[in-house]
Design a protein around this ligand. Structure first.
Ligand code: SAH
Length: 524
């Protein structure tokens, strides 16, 4: 390993850094991305991706330049040679280039060709394998590709080749004679020819076949048939690419083992409106329950307009009797500033009482080694005030680090009780545009069921991006879900009344409320 840290002959620092990573993105569910893929995406300078890559996966490479190199209807698509050349050119110039592909890069992903191009040009490359749709789509349809006594092996082939061609590489006659499971990718266009070939060469026409469209995605559909009728059944059901076709006795197990469709939020298409940095958590939870979560970041967290008031307060923390945190963002902003500007940590709060407005805020404090002295069970200012009803607040100095648009309820309530309250802006929230077209498109296509609001500012920012007429269309087409009564009130005022409201004002509570809604359980 000695030579590793040295520059290669003739290569400068930049050139040494240049690297092509051939990365598998898995079949769709962002949860099926590998940890290594996430690591590589987070460090990428450039990402070249194609059609089968889920937008949620690209979110990991937010800092990178993202280049779509997939096919597009009525547009010039980049040829493989052009893609190879682009990869090599950018990496040779010193960039960390990620070539991101659906599934695994070496399973019908042309990753081999790209690796060869890199080697030929003398550019470093690495491969990050992904979970191939050939295995994941059957698994998500409850089809084990091998199974004791049913199949002792599995063959993955492309169906894209013309089975009529003499020089065809796929030996359909041999495959027909085998007893192993056959997994066919890119086979939808020729399904009828393929199944005919297989039966003509001796596979029994009653052999079970499973077709899984959009495997491991929220929109997954699967169909169970036989070699004889699958082509017709697929036509009737309107299934199309991307889909995996599984031929063999194991295919029928899917009828018993189907599990994806029975998840609590299966089939529900949910828009998550939250600051980008935080959207991930809710989306992850929703996807884990089977929903399709679309991220619509309407707010972004940024530093306050000026740091001076916060800095002044942080410089003399010892003078406050209580520091009351009203959000996770407030906790993060204050501790980051303490660290960066004053080189101090949690010990700076020695002598102050610490209040948290709810369990999440208390958790964020705990992550920094701070135990909140006071946490109401309900996540709202009124609950905090009610909980400290019997405490004498007269003359006590309170510091409230908060967002520029925070509600005044807590500060006012404390002041009414005689407390000396100082509010400082610890961060600002910003509306982010751009995602509106995606929502309108979904609205048009009827592929959106629920919009979630996790704070009043997400409601305001969301609504501000649509015209009155569009808000009415939204209201007619989707259901709104809110994290709690304050958010609901704002939503009602702004013409997007929620019909789902969490009873525990947390992300978990919101997910629970959505599950109850989706299962049709009546709630009061
Ligand atoms: N490298 C990819 C395969 C690319 S070839 C992999 O390892 O998965 C493209 C074919 O993959 C499609 O025609 C389809 O057959 C299959 N495919 C990709 N993603 C799929 C998905 N989510 N569900 C079903 N089939 C998928």
């Amino acid at each position: 390993m000695k030579g590793d840290t040295k520059s290669p002959p003739g290569g400068g620092v930049k050139r040494e850094r240049g690297l092509i990573s051939l990365v598998g993105a898995g079949p769709g569910d962002p949860g099926l991305l590998t940890c290594r893929a996430v690591e590589v995406l987070e460090r990428a300078d450039v990402v070249l991706y194609d059609r089968l890559v889920d937008p949620a996966v690209l979110e990991y490479a937010r800092q990178a330049e993202r280049i779509y190199v997939g096919k597009r209807p009525e547009h010039h698509s980049m040829s493989q040679d052009e893609i190879n050349a682009l990869l090599v050119r950018r990496a040779a110039a010193g960039a960390r280039v990620v070539r991101l592909k659906g599934g695994d890069p070496f399973v019908f992903g042309r990753g081999g060709e790209e690796a060869l191009a890199a080697r030929e040009a003398g550019v470093r490359f690495e491969v990050v394998p992904g979970i191939t749709s050939a295995l994941a789509a059957p698994a998500y349809a409850g089809v084990p590709v091998t199974h004791r006594e049913l199949a002792a092996g599995v063959t993955v082939v492309t169906g894209h080749e013309d089975p009529e061609k003499l020089e065809t590489q796929v030996d359909w006659a041999r495959l027909a004679a085998a007893h192993e499971t056959l997994v066919i990718l890119m086979g939808m266009g020729r399904l009828a020819e393929i199944t005919t070939m297989l039966t003509q060469h001796g596979r029994p026409s009653e052999t079970p076949v499973a077709v899984i469209e959009n495997g491991a995605r929220a929109s997954q559909r699967s169909l169970f048939a036989t070699l004889q009728d699958v082509a017709e059944r697929v036509r009737e059901a309107g299934l199309s690419s991307p889909a995996v076709v599984v031929v063999g006795e194991v295919a029928s197990l899917g009828e018993t083992l189907a599990w994806v469709e029975s998840r609590p939020l299966s089939g529900l298409r949910i828009l998550v409106t939250r600051a980008r940095a935080q959207a991930g958590e809710l989306s992850r939870r929703l996807r884990a329950e089977g929903a399709e979560a679309l991220e619509f970041p309407t707010i972004e967290i940024r530093p306050p307009a000026e740091y001076a008031p916060l800095d002044r307060a942080l410089a003399c923390l010892g003078e406050y009797a209580v520091v009351a945190f009203t959000s996770v963002n407030g906790v993060e902003a204050v501790l980051a500033r303490l660290h960066e500007q004053f080189a101090r940590d949690a010990r700076a709060f020695a002598g102050c009482e610490i209040w948290a407005i709810g369990p999440k805020t208390a958790e964020a404090l705990a992550a920094h080694g701070l135990r909140a002295d006071f946490v109401p069970r309900e996540y709202r200012a009124e609950a905090l005030l009610a909980a400290c009803k019997s405490v004498d607040l007269r003359g006590r100095r309170f510091l409230l680090p908060r967002a520029d648009i925070a509600r005044a309820a807590l500060a006012e309530g404390l002041a009414e009780r005689g407390a000396v309250v100082e509010q400082v802006d610890a961060y600002r929230t910003f509306a982010v545009g751009g995602a509106r077209e995606a929502v309108l498109e979904r609205l048009e296509a009827g592929t959106l069921d629920v919009v979630t609001f996790t704070s009043s500012s997400t409601v305001r920012n969301f609504v501000s991006q649509f015209s009155d007429e569009e808000v009415v269309r939204l209201r007619d087409a989707v259901v709104f879900a809110s994290i709690g009564p304050i958010t609901s009130e704002t939503a009602r005022e702004l013409g997007v009344p929620p019909s789902i409201e969490a009873s525990e004002y947390t992300l978990e509570g919101l997910v629970e409320a959505l599950i109850a809604y989706h299962s049709g359980v009546p709630r009061d």
